[in-house]
Design a binder for this molecule. Structure first.
Ligand code: ZN
Length: 535
């Protein structure tokens, strides 16, 4: 294998193998069908937790979250919602390693890449880019070319901010949501293919995110979900036809399934006295607003330009500040559930954060109690425990984990999802009842997703040296080392993943190299500790 190889990684956020296999059998996904016959496919095991931010960063670094430091969409070292950025990533990404080795990359819409990095090639950042006004391309001149007639229009998605408009569209105009999502896929595919024509590249990576949106919001409309897989299938087919000599790797960050019930984690912590609130959560402003919004959402959706309002600077601020965090009294609480996708609990240590009621001395005692508490949460309908596993952070991320991981991480049994909202799941109904306990379990309601993540994502590989019709399973950690090996670039020894060797007909030579990890200096650590005390 020489260095004139080309590799294309296409991400299908939330891509799910069982759905693809089923549609392939029915002849609905010609490209996936071709790859299953002429390439390899299987499960791609995700990170803990199996959510986009940690998983995509593991895909592009080959490292587990404790090493790269991205655990959630939101910073774990903050009590308010601060979106993570590429500056927090503590290890190089595949495009940095390729740049160091004189290879060129085209990177489009990969979550967590903002701010864009200086690389050999072109980068357009994806989800977690703060706003369309941000400088989200490298080189900066590319931004001006993102218009019809040049590179094509680029649809920038905005985490959290787009959730309300998307949720309402799914509820009141599901076909329109599928159309919007497919238009976004078209925009990202078009820009990527135009870049591939105009720029020199050895490695191209693009992530299509529409599949995640529709599976969360339209799990009751498999026809519309299929249309989004078909859209991606079409573009993947076109890229394969255009670059028949390249090796294609199609991946997802996790899979999808249907949750039976949601666990309202902060409600459970409130009932047990670990979390204290400002005001009574059954009657406070937040709960009232939520109940009012639920009742009027249909009308609001039809009369207001919801997306425009949400994306305005005021709407954006309002949305990011209206999370559960705003009604938690951090100064008198012991712990809280960090965010909907975190699957993790923060214990508020006074010595570390300057708030809360837990000290260094009783930290382990509180942590032990909380772990027992989580293990014992039962579904009253079945009397079974709903928490699958509970970990202390160091057990999964290692003692050297960077960027302050949450204190306790947990997995729920597969048919359960987790919610962050601190309020009664049944809104008004609970407000009328005079009970001091909040409901902790609820079937998917107004504020919940219809579909939620599963740990196994997809892996499809196709190319001249790829085996045919074989089942190959791997981990999200294995993508970066496989790309490096294919491009004849040595794999740094700090990388946790391995070459997916059983996917290849002819053995691929692997070279390893010692690579200095980006470690924080003492001055940087001091600055972080100071900032924490100010939170
Ligand atoms: Zn998702």
């Amino acid at each position: 294998m020489g260095s004139d190889n080309k590799v294309v990684v296409i991400g299908l956020d939330g891509g799910t193998l069982s759905l693809i296999e089923n549609w392939v059998k029915k002849g609905k996904l010609p490209t996936f069908s071709r790859i299953m016959r002429e390439g390899v496919y299987g499960n791609l095991r995700s990170t803990i937790p199996w959510y986009s931010a940690p998983a995509w960063v593991s895909i592009v670094t080959g490292c587990q979250p404790g090493k790269h430091g991205i655990y959630d969409f939101f910073r774990t070292d903050s009590f308010s919602k601060k979106i993570v950025s590429s500056r927090l990533r503590k290890v190089p990404a595949v495009w940095n390693l390729l740049t160091e080795n004189d290879r060129n990359s085209i990177i489009v819409n990969v979550p967590g890449t903002y701010p864009p990095e200086k690389i050999n090639g072109v980068m357009i950042t994806g989800l977690l880019t703060p706003s369309p006004d941000s400088m989200y391309t490298y080189p900066p001149s590319i931004k001006k070319e993102l218009m019809p007639g040049k590179l094509g229009r680029y649809e920038l998605e905005q985490v959290a901010v787009d959730d309300i408009p998307k949720g309402l569209t799914a509820r009141y105009a599901p076909e329109r949501l599928a159309e919007q999502v497919n238009a976004i896929t078209t925009s990202h595919a078009t820009v990527t293919m135009n870049l591939m024509e105009r720029y020199k590249w050895d490695f191209t990576m693009v992530v299509f995110r529409g599949t995640d949106d529709v599976q969360h919001l339209l799990w009751n409309r498999m026809d519309l979900i299929l249309s989004c897989y078909q859209k991606a299938d079409g573009y993947i087919g076109r890229m394969i036809d255009r670059y028949p000599d390249a090796t294609f790797i199609i991946v997802s960050d996790h899979g999808f399934g249907k949750p039976k019930k949601y666990l309202y984690v902060n409600n459970a912590l409130y009932n047990a006295g670990y979390l204290k609130t400002k005001g009574n959560p059954t009657h406070n402003m937040q709960t009232l607003t939520a109940a009012f919004f639920e009742k009027t959402s249909r009308i609001l959706f039809h009369i207001l330009p919801i997306q425009k309002i949400a994306r305005s600077s005021i709407g954006r601020k309002l949305i990011l500040s209206s999370s559960a965090a705003s009604s938690i009294d951090f100064d008198s609480s012991k712990a809280f559930y960090h965010s909907v996708c975190s699957r993790g609990i923060r214990i508020i240590r006074r010595d570390k954060y300057g708030r809360g009621v837990v000290d260094e001395d009783n930290y382990e005692k509180v942590r032990g109690e909380l772990i027992e508490f989580l293990k014992n949460i039962r579904d009253p309908d079945t009397n079974e425990n709903i928490v699958e596993k509970v970990y202390r952070w160091e057990e999964i991320y290692g003692e050297d984990a960077v960027n302050d991981p949450l204190d306790i991480i947990f997995d729920l049994k597969e048919e359960y999802g987790a919610q962050e909202l601190l309020q009664p799941p049944q809104g008004l109904r609970s407000m009328l009842r005079s009970t001091s306990k909040l409901e902790i379990l609820s079937p998917p309601g107004f504020y919940d997703w219809l579909g939620d993540h599963r740990r196994n994502g997809i892996l499809f590989m196709y190319g001249r040296n790829i085996e045919k019709g074989k089942n190959v399973n791997a981990s999200v950690l294995d993508i970066t080392p496989t790309v490096l090996a294919l491009l004849d670039v040595p794999i740094p020894t700090y990388i946790d993943g391995e070459l997916i060797s059983n996917a290849f007909i002819e053995k691929i030579e692997v070279k390893h190299v010692e690579h200095r990890e980006k470690k924080l200096t003492e001055a940087e650590l001091k600055k972080i500790r100071k900032l924490r005390l100010k939170l």
